[in-house]
Design a protein around this ligand. Structure first.
Ligand SMILES: Cc1cc2nc3c(=O)[nH]c(=O)nc-3n(C[C@H](O)[C@H](O)[C@H](O)COP(=O)(O)OP(=O)(O)OC[C@H]3O[C@@H](n4cnc5c(N)ncnc54)[C@H](O)[C@@H]3O)c2cc1C
Length: 326
């Protein structure tokens, strides 16, 4: 197990958690971000990276993935430790008020926790035939298109992500093929029309039934569900865009006051457990509105209150990032 010691552990690297990481650094705190997904960005990365967002302050329009890119850049000076592919499972409160959180492979000793777990831990829906090919050509996200330049890409799925990625990868990949098990797609018709116009083969009512290669994927086979005909395709990147399931999971066992799978907080984002705070979609209070911009404000409030919980002499008000005006 790897051991980390930080002032603040943020559980959930969605927009609220990433902004919280910036803020922790701004307040002079060392910070780690833990997330069960392989990529930061929470719901945005998992569900709508290519969609435009219009209601985040300061951006008339911004693509989901660009917002996450900016948040990562903004958090960089805080030097956050990213603990990705890690689910916060157990929590121990220590006599000195510090807290220990463990995940599958790491132990984090921290002075305070901010839970920004959104709608819960995301788990990619599995593609059974590709079991064991993770890290060897099988991906669930395509955050950087350039990594797949010149490759034969097979995308499995019929939703917006599958079509968005087909659209984006087509100009740079050697080939793009989309396979879907139904004859109807869930994606927006405009995106389907775009991908169809590009000439991307759309293979419907078929399932990937075999993946083969040596140290990396080289080929896949798909089976037509009606005729049982098996077809082989050359493939180096297999994108399983089958969606995600979300589950609040282990966090529900931590003795926190919950209201319909949300963590109850006060105006300082304190939960009922000392030194544990919650912000973003996972937090609730009367009048709560679950929006990215609301999560940003709550994350700042949570960090400032955590700083005071850690050091009662500290000011709650952080001063302005722009510095004092003479
Ligand atoms: C299709 C769609 C479109 C949307 N459009 C907009 C929009 O236009 N404007 C807007 O304001 N909002 C929009 N939203 C809502 C917005 O995405 C959410 O409000 C926002 O993502 C919440 O951010 P968050 O950081 O609080 O949580 P999330 O984005 O949900 O991130 C939480 C993270 O916590 C992780 N996590 C949870 N539990 C654990 C655990 N135990 N251990 C480790 N990691 C854990 C999860 O894996 C996840 O990555 C949209 C949502 C969807 C689905």
């Amino acid at each position: 197990m790897a051991i980390h010691n930080v002032d603040i552990l943020i559980i959930g690297a969605g927009p609220s958690g990433l902004y919280g990481a910036y803020y922790a650094g701004f307040r002079g705190m060392s910070v780690a971000l833990m997330d069960s997904l392989e990529e930061p960005g929470g719901q945005i990365t998992a569900m709508y990276p290519e969609k435009s967002i219009f209601d985040v302050g300061g951006f008339a329009e911004i693509k989901g993935k660009d917002l996450i890119e900016n948040l990562l850049l903004q958090s960089k000076p805080s030097k956050p430790i990213f603990l990705m592919n890690q689910t916060a499972t157990s929590l121990t409160k220590n006599p000195d008020k510090s807290i220990t959180v463990t995940s599958e492979t790491d132990i984090v000793h921290t002075k305070a926790i901010i839970i920004t777990g959104g709608i819960g831990r995301f788990t990619p829906r599995p593609l059974p035939a590709a079991d064991g090919w993770g890290g060897k050509g099988l991906v669930h996200f395509v955050p950087k298109m350039s990594e797949h330049a010149g490759k034969d890409v097979v995308i499995v799925g019929g939703g917006d992500s599958a079509f968005d990625w087909a659209n984006e990868l087509h100009p740079i990949a050697k080939s793009v093929t989309l396979i879907h098990r139904r004859d109807k797609f869930r994606a927006h018709q405009a995106t389907i029309d775009q991908v169809t116009a590009l000439g991307v083969p759309l293979i419907t009512e078929a399932e990937v039934t075999k993946v083969s290669g040596n140290s990396h994927i080289e080929k896949i086979e798909y089976t037509n569900k009606k005729t049982n005909e098996v077809t082989e395709l050359t493939c180096q990147t297999l994108v399983a865009a089958l969606g995600f399931t979300a589950n609040i999971g282990p966090l529900a066992e931590w003795g926190l006051n919950l209201e319909t799978r949300k963590i109850v907080v006060d105006s300082g984002m304190h939960t009922n457990v000392e030194r544990i705070f919650a912000a973003g979609d996972i937090s609730t209070y009367p009048g709560k509105v679950a929006l990215i911009s609301v999560g940003f404000g709550e994350a700042a409030t949570a960090v400032n209150n955590a700083v005071v919980a850690i050091n009662p002499e500290a000011h709650l008000f952080p001063g302005h990032s722009s510095g004092s005006v003479e």
